[in-house]
Design a protein around this ligand. Structure first.
Ligand SMILES: Cc1cc2nc3c(=O)[nH]c(=O)nc-3n(C[C@H](O)[C@H](O)[C@H](O)COP(=O)(O)O)c2cc1C
Ligand SMILES: Nc1ncnc2c1ncn2[C@@H]1O[C@H](COP(=O)(O)OP(=O)(O)O)[C@@H](O)[C@H]1O
Length: 492
């Protein structure tokens, strides 16, 4: 059945035959020279075939072909006779005929009359006409080898749309077809077959839609990876970016930021007490008293403001909460838990706290509150926008604690692990009250000027070794100096 060699491509000059086709049968058939016929593969059996053909690289037409000895006429020489299914104005002897043999129809037969032969040939033409119009030759072209593809493709295009509408791709493929010699085609023909690889039943059979579908193609511009921007003007660059839907780079850096804590204490005031109190009968004392009353009023207003954001804000409850935060923060410091501590101190206080923790060993214990913690001052301030409100509350802690701080060599810097001390502290707590997820955290500590100064830390220093004796030989000297240099003496 010759299926393995099909589709088969033949190119050759049209030569004269016996002149029976037009005259006797009324079906002209163009003949290939004997050299071309001789080159036909053995696998291509004699018989009747159909396919496509073109003259002098021109338009592509359907064709029927007879390969063999024409038993009716009892020819002595094997011939290939192609009838192109088109009416030509004139003969094309000497011109180049290209054929693509696609499918076998039947074997050659002997007939009792010319009429029967003509009838059989006409029947072959009808068969070819119908089969070549089927989807198999229109849509399965991809699998049918390079040249069939182009033949079929062009044929379909030609039939359905004008040549002007041929896409660039079809023009290129036409060119390819015209340029490719038979010898070059051979390997590709051998490896091809006409099996259907993709068949979509969803496609509409109406050729009208085929046409519309064929118009649906998108040209994709491939990116140029070697492209450089060096020679582009600013305008060209902008146009290019616009074309690609990119926003031009801005000369400034733009980052979203979120203020979770303020950078300072709005009003570092604590009401005077003990030594800080000046006698009210002096001018200074009177001034202090007025200032106290003024600050107190403002504190009341600030608390009211906080309540507008945090409905259940209550100073007594808050003091308990503040004490808890205070204890937790100090415990985290002692444990050096850098991750946990951010829950209890604000971003402003964090670096300071971390710095105080570094290279130190802290032993801290909260024993008791000598006096209940109380709110002594409160303020509210908005940052950037009016609604972005922060609240700061200063709490007075009078507690008993044990604190001992050691340096990295284990030398005591401050305090004692045995002796408990009374501590009076004014701790400022801050909350981003406008933020639903804001929490109260330690923001700062206020040390009023009337409080006695803090006990300074012990100073530690290095004691240098005494000069070695002159008699000691070099070796001993080195060893001795080494030993001494490592022995650091702590002076407290
Ligand atoms: C489609 C087709 C089918 C043919 N079938 C037969 C056939 O069955 N038996 C036969 O003797 N010749 C067959 N022929 C060959 C014709 O007889 C041949 O084309 C005719 O003799 C013209 O020859 P000429 O061009 O050399 O003048 C067929 C030709 C065509 C185009
Ligand atoms: N549709 C056609 N198919 C094939 N050949 C055609 C067609 N129309 C015109 N011709 C011309 O007719 C010639 C074939 O006529 P034919 O009578 O069979 O003579 P010959 O025996 O010399 O081939 C072709 O060589 C070609 O020049």
């Amino acid at each position: 059945m010759s299926k393995s060699v099909l589709p088969y491509f033949v190119v050759g000059e049209v030569i004269k035959g016996f002149g029976r086709g037009s005259k006797q049968l009324g079906i002209p058939t163009a003949n290939f020279p004997p050299s071309v016929v001789k080159d036909l593969p053995e696998d291509l059996n004699t018989g009747v075939y159909f396919g496509f053909a073109s003259i002098d690289k021109g338009d592509v037409y359907k064709m029927v072909m007879s390969v063999g000895w024409n038993p009716y006429f009892k020819n002595k020489q094997k011939s290939m006779e192609t009838h192109l299914m088109h009416t030509f104005d004139e003969d094309f002897y000497g011109k180049e005929l290209r054929v693509c043999i696609l499918e076998y129809i039947r074997c050659e037969k002997d007939f009792t009359s010319v009429e029967d032969l003509v009838k059989a040939i006409k029947c072959d033409i009808d068969t070819a006409n119908v089969k070549l119009d089927t989807d198999k030759y229109i849509h399965s072209s991809i699998s049918s080898g390079l040249c069939t593809k182009y033949f079929v493709f062009l044929y379909v295009k030609k039939k359905l749309i004008s040549r002007m509408a041929l896409s660039a791709a079809s023009r290129v493929s036409l060119q390819l077809l015209k340029e490719l010699p038979t010898g070059f085609l051979k390997p590709c023909i051998a490896s091809s077959n006409l099996e259907l690889v993709r068949y979509r039943r969803t496609k509409h059979y109406d050729p009208k839609f085929k046409f519309l579908r064929s118009l649906k193609f998108i040209k994709v511009k491939l990116p140029d990876y070697n492209e450089t921007n060096d020679n582009l003007t600013e305008e060209q660059m902008r146009a290019k970016l616009k074309e690609r839907g990119l926003l031009p780079k801005r000369p400034w850096m733009e980052h979203q930021y979120f203020i979770s804590s303020t950078g300072a204490v709005f009003e570092p005031y604590v009401p005077p007490e003990g030594d800080g109190k000046i006698s009210p009968i002096t001018a200074q004392g009177a001034k202090q008293k007025i200032q106290f009353l003024e600050k107190k009023t403002k504190t009341m207003m600030a608390i009211r403001k906080i309540r507008s954001f945090e409905e259940d804000f209550d100073t007594t409850q808050f003091c308990k909460k503040a004490e808890n935060i205070y204890i937790k923060a100090h415990e985290c410091m002692a444990l050096k838990d850098k991750d946990e501590i951010i829950k209890y101190v604000t971003e402003r206080a964090y670096p300071e706290v971390i710095h105080n923790m570094e290279n130190k060993t802290i032993s801290w214990k909260f024993l008791k509150s000598i006096e209940l913690p109380r709110v002594v001052h409160a303020r509210c301030t908005d940052i950037v926008t009016k609604e972005n409100m922060f609240g700061q509350v200063t709490v007075r802690f009078h507690t008993q604690q044990v604190l001992a701080v050691y340096d990295r060599f284990g030398r005591l810097l401050q305090g004692s692990e045995i002796i408990a001390k009374d501590v009076l502290e004014y701790v400022v707590f801050e909350k981003h009250i406008a933020n639903e997820y804001g929490i109260w955290r330690i923001h700062d500590k206020i040390i009023p000027d009337w409080l006695p100064p803090r006990e300074p830390s012990h100073i530690t220093f290095k004691k240098f070794p005494e000069p070695a004796e002159a008699e000691v030989d070099n070796q001993d000297e080195q060893v001795a100096s080494k030993k001494k240099s490592t022995s650091e003496v702590v002076a407290t």
